[in-house]
Design a protein around this ligand. Structure first.
Ligand SMILES: NC(=O)c1ccc[n+]([C@@H]2O[C@H](COP(=O)([O-])OP(=O)(O)OC[C@H]3O[C@@H](n4cnc5c(N)ncnc54)[C@H](OP(=O)(O)O)[C@@H]3O)[C@@H](O)[C@H]2O)c1
Length: 304
């Protein structure tokens, strides 16, 4: 039976450690602070930002939720970021994506001070990560490494295959695995004979954004499968395609009108030695690592 890697439990352990660090910093008169910038009214973004602010409150971090109107300009956003960069009570700046079309997202993310870039998206942090220097690493990729380490799964010397090369997930997760001494292959939409490559993986990371894309024939038996994908299924056909006969999924679909599946086909998990389920695998780590990054940024900024 494959081992199910419980992201909820791992995220909860990380959050407890963060809360302890926050208490230790409080004794020194320091309260790490996160500014969350949420532009306009995108329902999914509102939910994400609300849970980030709530996590701050639970763990004792200060948070400031800033909500510019949908009509905000790039210049106004740049002024806001400049103000946050110089505020002493703010250690981390989070700009919730997506931004409205008129805002130049790249220019804005580049304007965030690398030392407050708790999302780890700034080119300076990408460069530090690549150079193996202390860096604020993107939260979801950092969470992948935490899952592997805290589950005592070896990384060093393993063949790791990452499917996906986005700046947010694929590239940084590959770099983190490399820094942990895995032998890393990065695949993407132009990779020839993808299955032949993924079948070599001891650690297979799927960050593609396509429902159930990794099928059983693409997996080496006994591999560790990390499924980063989150894909919503909202039609009966789609749900049956992946979860026919699964009573729990059926109940979720009937209750909510949708359910989610990762980038790995549920049948492929049956071959794994260990795997992260969707939901409840990688997902919960993202906020936990955001909290950890904010505390880390607070300490780094003060030379602690
Ligand atoms: N908290 C979380 O758990 C979390 C956080 C972030 C993202 N996600 C999820 O992770 C998934 C990936 O996100 P992302 O932001 O990295 O997506 P993305 O920016 O759309 O990147 C997708 C990557 O998959 C590759 N790809 C697409 N079709 C492919 C194919 N047929 N064969 C091989 N590679 C293919 C693309 O290759 P090209 O570069 O060649 O186009 C691209 O590099 C999504 O489901 C997203 O919702 C989850």
């Amino acid at each position: 039976m494959p081992k199910i890697l419980d992201g909820v439990a791992i995220a909860s352990a990380i959050k407890q450690e963060v809360a302890e660090e926050v208490r230790a910093l409080a004794a020194l008169g320091i309260r790490p602070g996160l500014a969350a910038v949420l532009v306009g009214r995108v329902p999914a973004s509102e939910i994400y930002v609300r849970s980030k602010v709530q996590a701050c409150a639970e763990l004792g971090l200060y948070s400031d939720l800033i909500s510019p109107p949908e009509s905000v300009t790039t210049e106004e956003m740049l002024d806001l970021v400049a103000a946050l960069n110089s505020r002493d009570d703010i250690d981390g700046i989070l700009i919730q994506l997506p931004l409205p079309k008129q805002v130049d997202a790249k220019q804005l993310l580049d304007a965030v001070s690398p030392d407050k870039d708790v999302d780890g998206f700034h080119p300076v942090n990408a460069g530090r990560l690549q150079a193996g220097r202390p860096a604020l690493a993107p939260c979801t990729p950092a969470g992948v490494i935490e899952i592997l380490k805290r589950s005592d799964l070896p990384i060093s010397g393993q063949q790791a295959v990452v499917v996906g090369r986005s700046d947010i997930v694929g590239k940084p997760v590959a770099m983190l695995l490399l820094n942990e001494n895995a032998t890393v292959t990065i695949c993407h939409s132009k990779t020839r004979d993808l299955g032949a490559v993924t079948r070599e993986a001891d650690i297979l990371v799927a960050a593609i954004g396509r429902a159930g894309f990794i099928t059983p024939d693409m997996v080496k038996p006994g591999a560790t499968i990390i499924d980063v994908g989150i894909n919503r299924l909202s039609t009966r056909e789609d749900v049956d395609r992946f979860f026919a006969g699964d009573m729990k999924r059926e109940a979720t679909f009937l209750r909510r009108g949708s359910t989610i599946v990762g980038d790995v086909h549920p049948k492929a998990f049956e071959l794994a030695g260990a795997y992260t389920p969707v939901p409840g695998g990688v997902g919960p780590l993202t906020i936990a690592m955001l909290m950890a990054n904010t505390v880390r940024a607070a300490k780094m900024r003060r030379g602690l």
